[in-house]
Every structure is written in C-alpha cells, then in structure tokens.
Design a protein around this ligand. Sequence first.
Ligand SMILES: *Cc1c(COP(=O)(O)O)cnc(C)c1O
Length: 449
Amino acid sequence: MSKIQLLQQDREHLLHPFTDFHDLGKQGTRVITNADGAYITDIDGHRMLDGMSGLWCCNLGYSRNEIADAIYEQLRTLPFYNSFFQCTTIPSIELADALSEVTPAGMNNVFFTGSGSEANDTNLRLIRRYWDLKDQPNKRIIISRKNAYHGSTIGGASLGGMSGMHKQFEALDYITHIQQPYWFGEGGDMSPEEFGVYAARCLDEKIQELGPDNIAAFIAEPIQGAGGVIIPPETYWPEVKKVLAQYDILLVVDEVIFGFGRTGEWFGSDYYGLEPDLMTFAKAVTNGYFPLGGTMVSDRVAEVVKSKGGEFTHGYTYSAHPAACMAGLATLNILRGEKIIDNVRDNTGPYLAKRWAELADHPIVGETRSLGMVGALELVKDKGSRARFDDDCTAGGICRDMSIKNGLVMRATGDTMIIAPPLIITTEQVDELVEKARRALDDTAKALA
Ligand SMILES: *Cc1c(COP(=O)(O)O)cnc(C)c1O
C-alpha cells in the first residue's frame, strides 16, 4: 500500500486514542515504520531520536531481541493459559517472585493486569476489600490530585484529575482531588519550598474536612508524568509522609511511569523513601514489548486480604498472560544484568541534568527541570512573570512539531515540553537531544514572533 492509501485508510477506519477525530482527518498522521536503539523512523525515512521512549515504556530502547525471543518461545510452548480456577503458569510465578525482589521492602505479592488503567481499577477493588475485611466499611473516600493521570478506564479516569477528561464522563463519586505540587504553574509568590509544604498540607486539610474515618486511601504518582513531568518541591513528599503517618489511610503509589528505573532508582518510591501499601506498574515492565500491568501489594494489605475466606471477585482474562510475563522477566534480566539503572543514577542522569539546565538561558524558556531520565521545559512569553504566550497553549504544539522536524520526539503538555528518553541513551545522544531541543526552541521563537 502506498503512503497515500495508508493515510486514507487510517482516516477512514482508525479511531486514535486521545485525539481530536475531526482535526486528525485534516492534519493526517505520521506512520512510524521502524525503530532501533533510541531512534524511530517514519514512512518517509525520517529518523528521530525518541525522547519519549515510545509512551514512557521502551526504557531499554527498541533493539532488545532477548525480549522478543522470550515472547516468541513462550508463544510456541504455551501461548496462553489463565490463572483462574486454581491454575497457574511458570512465567507468572517466576515474574511474581522477581518483582518481589526488585520492589521496595514489604511488597511481596502481585496482582497482574493487562495495563496500568486496569491495575488502578484493581486497586479500587483491593482497597474496598481491605477495609471491608477490617470491618471499617465507612472508609470509602479516595483522595487523588488535580491533573494526575491514572489511566483511562472509568476507574482510572476517575482517579486521575485531568479536567478535560472529567468533562467527558461521569466520574466515580467517592474520589476527590486536591492541589497538585506544581510550583511553576500554581506556586504564585511562594518559594518552591513553601509551596511544597502548602500542597502537602492540603492533604491534611482534606482528610480533616471529610473525616479520617471516611478516608480509604491517597493515590499519587511520585512525579506527575502526563500532567507535565511535575517534579514536586523537595519539601513535598517528606511533609506528605508526616501527614499520612497521623492517620490510618492506605498509600497507593502509581509507578506506571517511574517504575523500573526512570529516577535512577528502581522505583519512584525508592527515590522518595515512600512506603506504599499498593503500587501500580505497567509500561516499562515489559519494555513496551507486550501489554502487562499490575499492582504490587504490601504485606500489610496482603495479610488482610489473604487472612479470611471469601472469593475476591475480580480478575482479567489476560491477568498473568504467560508471554507477557516472559517479556517482563527478560526485561528485568537486562535491567539487572547490565546495571542500567545504576548508570542512570551515576552517569547519564547527572549528565542530562547538566545539559538540560543549559536550555534555561533560552529566551522562551521559563524553567527547566529534570531528574534521572525525565525532563521538562516551560515555554513562556515573559520569564519574570512566567506569563504564557496565549491561553490555548499553541506554543507547545508548535514546539513539538518543530522538534519532530529537527529529528527529536518531544511531547507537549500544554506549554510544557517534556522528555523521557530511553534509559540506555548515551551521553553523546544526550548532547544530540539537547542540541535538537535548542534548535526546536529557536524555530518556535521565530514562528511565534
Ligand atoms: C500510562 C499511565 C497509566 C495507564 O496505563 P495504561 O497502560 O495506559 O492503561 C496509569 N498511570 C500512570 C501514571 C500512567 O502514566
């Protein structure tokens, strides 16, 4: 099929996720055909450094045949079997064991799902089950944060705090959202440190307002990813930990982006010293090679849900899919065997931090921030007042297009440009990324002038 035919059929038959169906018909799509290492190539042969690891998932890049082989061999041996009705498979047992080893202390059980959204739905079910078995049925309310992303099922989207999503469906009524720790956008005249404490105190206020006896859980990403790589001020998590320590409330940490090495530690929870009761994972667990998600269940929760009889009436056909589990095992083997995460912490992460920060001198950049293998740039018209170009965030979209033109995939969240390159990126490729980002910023400034 020619490119023209492909684009026509795409327009006629394929509904894309998080896409304006009407506009896409006019703008057309980019057909990605190949990938290697940290690069993707489109149908025109345009090769781009993938600054987003696919969709935060290909942490090891695109050339790991070990993972593809593990999937293929499993598909030839036992392509599918479920883990319902007292059945199990060897890959699922082995991956559950391996995950217990690499996740924070005290997390020794896993419930597998097909995706991150499903895993957060599982969390809702586990939270309810936990408090019911503890004879505290009043504990129903879950506190999340504005602008959080926890997936796109009804449960996941209700947990998430994106206003654009909430406008298009009826959210679950027992989930409420508090201030996010987004200093650049919402910190006003406070210092980042003051604002971090303020945002954490909003959790305490909400708990007191609704009554601790009615609160089941607090859910948060360690760093908001899709919301715009919002790295909280250093004061935020220590203060949240203090708040949570006063109450009997479960902590759910959504590690779908920050799990498996993105901060330079295995999990965002390791980086911030959090002790989650439930921990959502997906995306990078299989390096994006096969759909798999799940939730790690702490001993505290596992002891309760395992202690009493009665079926947990929840599960997915593809929970613990054997080929997905083999993909997970192969990914963990590479992460451990090649000390990929140590290299991010000790070498490439600090190098990215140094080079990325240089972009702060650009006339349209109001702030740069980065940590491990993520980064963000705030596009502004005026550095001093942090004023944006316009209310519609057109600058972000322009910058994304300029970046792609210059051979770098950067994503725009409003007027915040974000990157999450593969963890295997070299220092030379970090140089390439920063140079291409600077060119994209120059082109954006020109287009906006
Ligand atoms: C992507 C994402 C999800 C949803 O995962 P899916 O596999 O797309 O369902 C949930 N939480 C966070 C933090 C994510 O980034």
